[in-house]
Design a protein around this ligand. Structure first.
Ligand code: ADP
Ligand code: MG
Length: 555
């Protein structure tokens, strides 16, 4: 037999392994979930190959068998899934697959608190296969790929810096992972403990899981069950199972339809968003099934980009099992599915926003940027998405949000437009001369502080037939002139203090000659109630800020 080859782990893998092995966890038990989820993935892949009648060299029942040996101090996870070739072993178990963890580890400072980091990584991204090193000081993996003619291999590591790889005889198709349990992790050698952890995290895995021959989980596709028989706990577990995340779902939707397309689905809005926290763009979170067979995990094209934060499962028996990538992106059935499910999701979020305003605010604070992205990009659904937007307003204290619907509902009947003002923060908005006349007039103004808001308003243009008007725009000027005229008609003595046309012309000429190139145009407008002059319109304050920034001028 050929001797084992020795391979070094990549640098970031070493860092991760160090963190994993040297930080004490209350959450060590998650290794069970991680290994079972890998087995489940491998079984799904094999089931898909079998369902599309491709050539695979196995007919073994699809299952996960876990065994503990108290004397040898080992726990063994064995699945009859798709297995790995030698190259796949090197690629998959030698590097960090989880992009979130990888980005986090690359960013982290040397000397940072590893316990803290471990908690963040485990809590937010999961450490996948490497979590086995939280409880094991040696891990041995036996695997054989289901591709006909593949050989069996053995991978082994103590998690310190390297692993060995060798050919192995008599390995059945699938993967077997043997963990030599550390002395301080002996509790996991108990069947009861393992069963408890499996029930907690892996109850919804779609394949039988057994511990020393005893079946533990309920093998059922939750999305085919009756909505009312699904408990909150089921949802929480299922959400964590499908998303691989550790938070709780903020909202859930069980949605079924029989025509024009058959749909069985469960969808979740998470509580947290790694992407909004500054980690890289997340993958789509909804997986596509047909009659309980996974067609495509994290299916691109099933939902519009802006809904990539939604997690869950969509099962449609109208989909062919061997769906090509192209068909997935543009096929007619997918397009129909996409449009039906997208509308349903928007309606669902609208309903949730009405059901519990405070909860929706909480959700909105985390996911606002996705909704704004949708308002700008998803033109087909723009109107409905815009009802999900929330903004601060002069009508409420700082931090309180309202919808455009609420704004319009509380508008006095004679008010023509919806007014908004983009400023870096509320203080600047409140103290600004642009806002002053609106304040004086008692007209509500939305205060927008987010970088995307100006684009959102530009794209949206109107809401329920009311134009969205920035308080520093030409349109606002003409409204203010109207207000001024009305005010002057009411109290003629205030009109007497204004400049005559002659005086105004003189001042205009003076400004143009004396202010040089920094003045582009001078206009006489009857806008101002408390300020003698104001810069308007050519560019909005946000664009001016941007131009200043580009010129290297910081405010
Ligand atoms: P992730 O599951 O997020 O990809 P993991 O670290 O858990 O990350 O696993 C890394 C990769 O190793 C998997 O993507 C898969 O390709 C491979 N792998 C792990 N366990 C198994 C298994 N039981 N059977 C087949 N492949 C596996
Ligand atoms: Mg995994």
């Amino acid at each position: 037999e050929a001797p084992a080859e020795k391979h070094e782990f990549k640098a970031e893998t070493k860092k991760l392994l160090h963190i994993v092995a040297h930080s004490l966890y209350s959450q060590r038990e998650v290794f069970v979930r991680e290994l079972i989820s890998n087995s489940s993935d491998a079984l799904e892949k094999l089931r898909h190959l079998q369902a599309t009648s491709q050539d695979v060299s196995t007919e073994a029942p699809l299952e996960v068998n876990i065994s503990v040996d108290k004397e040898a101090k080992t726990i063994t996870f064995c699945d009859s899934g798709i297995g790995m070739t030698a190259d796949e072993l090197k690629d998959n178990l030698g590097t960090i697959a989880r992009s979130g963890s990888k980005a986090y580890i690359e960013k982290m400072q040397d000397g940072a608190d590893t316990k803290d980091m471990a908690n963040t990584i485990v809590g937010q991204f999961g450490v996948g296969f490497y979590s086995a090193f939280m409880v094991g000081d040696k891990i041995t993996v036996y695997t054989r790929s289901a591709t006909p003619g593949s050989a069996g291999y053995c991978w082994e590591s103590d998690g310190l810096g390297s692993y060995t790889l060798s050919k192995a005889e008599d390995v059945p198709v699938g993967t077997k992972i043997v963990i030599s349990v550390k002395d301080d992790a002996k509790e996991f050698l108990g069947e009861d403990k393992l069963q408890e952890v499996i029930k907690k995290y892996s109850n919804f895995v779609g394949f039988p899981i057994s511990v020393n021959g005893e079946k533990v989980n309920t093998v059922e596709a939750l999305w085919t069950k009756d909505k009312n028989s699904i408990t909150d706990e089921d949802h929480e577990n299922f959400y964590q199972f499908v998303s691989g995340a550790w938070d709780k779902p903020m909202y859930n939707l069980v949605y079924k339809a029989d025509g024009p397309i058959s749909i069985r689905s469960i969808l979740y809005a998470p509580t947290r968003s790694p992407e909004a926290m500054g980690f890289e763009r997340v993958k789509p979170g909804v997986s596509l099934y047909s009659r309980k067979v996974l067609i495509m995990p994290n299916a691109p094209g099933l939902l519009p980009e802006w809904l990539r934060f939604i997690q869950g499962v969509v099962d449609s028996e109208d989909l062919p099992l061997n769906l090509s990538r192209e068909l997935l992106q543009n096929g007619p059935v997918i397009m129909r599915l996409k449009s039906i499910i997208t509308s349903r999701i928007i309606k669902w979020l609208q309903e949730e926003s009405k059901r519990d305003v405070e909860k929706y605010d909480e959700f909105y604070k985390v996911f606002a940027s996705f909704i704004k992205e949708g308002t700008c990009q998803d033109t087909a659904n723009q109107k409905e998405i815009s009802k999900l937007l929330r903004f601060e307003t002069s009508g409420k204290e700082a931090g309180k949000l309202i919808s455009l619907d609420e704004y319009v509902e509380s508008m006095p009947s004679e008010q023509e437009h919806i007014y908004y003002f983009c400023t870096p923060n509320r203080k600047v908005g409140v103290e600004s001369p642009y806002y002053a006349p609106f304040k004086q007039h008692g007209t509500e103004v939305l205060f927008l502080h987010h970088a995307l808001d100006e684009f959102v308003m530009g794209r949206l243009q109107e809401f329920k037939g009311k134009r969205l008007v920035s308080v520093d725009s030409k349109e606002a000027n003409s409204v203010l002139e109207k207000w001024n005229k009305a005010a002057q008609a009411e109290s003629p003595e205030s009109a007497a203090t204004a400049l005559t046309t002659e005086q105004a012309n003189e001042l205009t000429a003076w400004l143009l000659t004396n202010m040089g190139p920094s003045v582009k145009e001078v206009k006489v407008a009857e806008r101002f109630m408390t300020y003698p002059a104001i810069v308007t319109d050519f560019e909005s304050p946000a664009v001016r800020r941007m131009m200043k920034m580009m010129a290297g001028d910081s405010e």
